[in-house]
Design a protein around this ligand. Structure first.
Ligand code: ACO
Length: 344
């Protein structure tokens, strides 16, 4: 047997649990109501509310970028978790509206909140972004690489919205949410299991075509409106319902759970009709489905964590409760996660 010449310290030892120990959200102050939107495009409060359930949304000020919204959500999450910024090892930000190409939004938030011991990066999985990011962070935590992670969804969707396109501009809003996720001994709870799926064949149905390496920003891309989102709303609707329902069923089956075992279901906050259609297929009681899209519209990657934060602050969750997070977005991407609540 060869004699060991080193004394390797094993970092990846026992699997640990990744537990959400605090959440926070920041929604810009400016409220844009359906009535005000009706003065901007040919629409009405009645049309928007009956088709989507949305009554109003928040719009960031011209000075605010996604990192500003995210930094404020992060401060609130840290306060809620009673964690100092310098204790954070990792920041992962889900966004389709980064402040700029580089630095990444995570680094910008790191600088704003003083989390100087963290490594930081962004991920892009559209409206599925927060759940994807939560699972990425929980993998780092489970294998012992990271003790404390800050996971965010932060979006200024208003800057990629064509305010002349009535089929799109009524749906979205700005906002940010954050979760502090920390390692705990196995068996504590936290992120129990996540399933993440994608289908790039359907990417054309929801796109932001301009400004990347395919169509770099130019007078031409701007004059053709390529810096705005494009969407086939009806197709997106159908896939959102089918995919969120199936991935939710799959994660429940994988965990040996029934819908009745869940305290809350937090679906991506896109459209009340999508949430109801999922409810019809998945089952459960209406009060299990947490919805706040009436106030904020679809905030893309921020939507699930903003809703989770509100549910937590309204005391809808207590220790030991099981929560289902389920999301769908451009790509297409979709995912579902079972979280055992350990906070509060
Ligand atoms: N106000 C008034 N009329 C409108 C508006 C508006 N804001 N927008 C569209 N219309 C008109 C259309 O022009 C159309 O008129 P026509 O019949 O004369 O052609 C009519 O309303 C019906 O349009 P549809 O597209 O059939 O309306 P639908 O019932 O499908 O609702 C909606 C549209 C709300 C966009 C729906 O398809 C939807 O919610 N899709 C999902 C989109 C989504 O949530 N995307 C977010 C990103 S992905 C995600 O987060 C899941």
């Amino acid at each position: 047997m060869t004699k060991k010449t080193h004394d390797l310290k094993r970092i990846r030892t026992t699997p640990l649990d990744a537990v959400i120990i605090g959440t926070g959200a920041y929604m810009p102050e400016r409220i844009l109501t359906n009535d005000e939107l009706s003065t901007m495009v040919a629409t009405s409060n009645e049309w928007i509310e009956s088709r989507t359930g949305i009554r109003e949304r928040r719009i960031a000020s011209p000075e605010q970028a996604s990192s500003d919204l995210g930094a404020e959500a992060a401060r609130r999450a840290l306060a809620n978790a009673r964690v100092q910024a310098d204790e954070i090892d990792m920041i992962v930000v889900a966004t389709i509206t980064p402040d700029m190409g580089l630095p990444n939004t995570g680094c910008l938030i790191q600088q704003k909140i003083g989390a100087h011991n963290a490594f930081c990066f962004d991920i892009e999985a559209a409206c599925s972004g927060f759940v994807y990011a939560l699972e990425i962070a929980s993998q780092f935590i489970s294998n012992g690489t990271v003790k404390t992670a800050l996971v965010l969804g932060a979006e200024k969707i208003s800057c990629i919205t064509d305010w002349k396109d009535r089929s799109l501009c009524v749906l979205f809003g700005d906002g940010a949410g954050a979760a502090v996720v920390q390692a705990r001994p196995a068996g504590t709870g936290g992120v129990i299991h996540t399933i993440m799926r994608s289908d790039g064949r359907l990417g054309d149905l929801l796109m932001l075509p301009g400004g990347g390496s395919r169509h770099p920003a130019s007078h031409d891309t701007v004059s053709h409106g390529l810096h705005y989102m494009k969407m086939d709303g009806r197709e997106v609707f159908k896939h959102a319902v089918t995919c969120m329902t199936s991935v939710a069923k799959d994660v429940l089956t994988a965990c040996g759970l029934k819908v009745e075992d869940l305290k809350l279901i937090i679906p991506h906050q896109a459209n009340m009709r999508i949430v109801k259609a999922i409810g019809d297929r998945l089952g459960g009681k209406p009060e299990q489905y947490f919805v706040n899209l009436d106030k904020y519209g679809n905030t893309s990657a921020a939507s699930v964590i903003v809703a989770l934060d509100e549910a937590s602050r309204k005391n809808h969750l207590k220790k030991g409760d099981l929560v289902l997070l389920v999301a769908f977005g451009g790509g297409f991407t979709w995912c579902a996660s079972i979280v055992e609540w350990c906070h509060g």
